[in-house]
Design a protein around this ligand. Structure first.
Ligand code: KMH
Ligand code: ZN
Length: 302
């Protein structure tokens, strides 16, 4: 089996400061946790920005630039910028930082969907910031917009014009067919790096059989031309990572996707999750890829 790519998604735009004091939100926290995650074995860092004043997800390029230079200087890791941002952001805003930074890798969400976070709000009793409750509760009437036109724009402006390659975020089986459509149109070339996403309320559920099904259909659509990685939300994170590793796939962990390190126990850092998943995959006989190996495997511009 090939070496395994460990991605760490450091902060995202889903969890809020009231949910965990360990969620990195200030640039120095994002940078320090990114460096530690890379040292622990993450070859790829998936990145969102936050407003340092209040931890709110931010699309401001200045907020990205406050931590990107440190990650570039102090790690070799592949820096993968989110183009998803958050479901409340307009596409122009989501793309501002990636277009400016021209990263070697970016996420690309393969369909419009619901992305409901409001069940999380019910679990919080004390709020640290005013924005959090309306942000979470409002997500039951939000559309995470990723139309075919949006996808084509990202493939063209970031991919063809700036040389980025993509983490194709597929939250359901239909998103695999959407990627096939863009491959057939010639807007994207193999190898495709497909992130199967499980357990988002609005996407495919975190039942283990769904991983078999996503893989079966991806095998049919992309044959040898793709590699898959798996992320599963919340408590499903590590079980799905283990199954992905056993099936020859790659894994994504990080506080964007889950705040815990075990049942009911908060992870104290992103690096703690990376170290845990690294042990799991090594025990299964897989060897983590270094950043240079990741670049070669994914055909990145470097
Ligand atoms: N938040 C994850 C479920 C993106 O940043 O473009 C998917 C994600 C999307 O990481
Ligand atoms: Zn993300």
């Amino acid at each position: 089996m090939s070496k395994i790519l460990i991605t760490c998604a450091l902060t995202g735009s889903i969890h809020t400061p009231s949910m965990s004091p360990y969620l990195p939100v200030r640039p120095e926290e994002i940078a320090a946790q990114g460096v530690a995650a890379a040292e622990a074995g993450a070859a790829i860092l998936h990145l969102h920005a936050r407003d340092p004043e209040n931890g709110r997800p931010s699309a401001d390029p200045a907020h990205f630039m406050a931590f990107l230079p440190t990650l570039r200087d102090e790690t070799e890791a592949v820096l993968n910028l989110s183009t998803g941002g958050s479901a409340v952001m307009a596409l122009d805003d989501r793309l501002a930082a990636p277009l400016q930074a021209a990263p070697e890798m970016a996420s690309l969400n393969m369909g419009t969907m619901n992305f409901a976070l409001y069940p999380m709000a019910a679990k919080i009793t004390e709020w640290r910031h005013d924005w959090e409750k309306p942000f979470l509760e409002g997500s039951d009437d939000l559309v995470f917009k990723n139309t075919p036109r949006d996808i084509a724009r990202i493939l063209t402006e970031l991919g063809q014009e700036r040389g980025a390659r993509f983490e194709f975020e597929c939250y359901d089986v239909g998103h695999l067919y959407m990627l096939r459509h863009f491959a057939d149109r010639g807007l994207v070339e193999p190898p495709y790096f497909i992130q199967f996403v499980f357990g988002v309320l609005g996407g495919i559920g975190a039942d283990p059989e769904n991983l078999d099904h996503m893989k079966r259909i991806a095998d049919r659509l992309f044959g040898e031309d793709y590699a898959f990685s798996v992320l599963a939300a919340g408590r499903h994170q590590m079980p799905f990572a283990a199954k992905a590793a056993a099936l020859g796939g790659h894994v994504r962990v990080g506080l964007e996707d889950s705040l815990t390190i075990g049942p009911g126990e908060l992870a104290r850092s992103n690096a703690e999750q990376v170290a845990k998943v690294r042990k799991i995959v090594e025990d299964l006989g897989r060897t983590p890829a270094t950043p240079p190996e990741a670049r070669a495997m994914l055909g990145l511009k470097g």
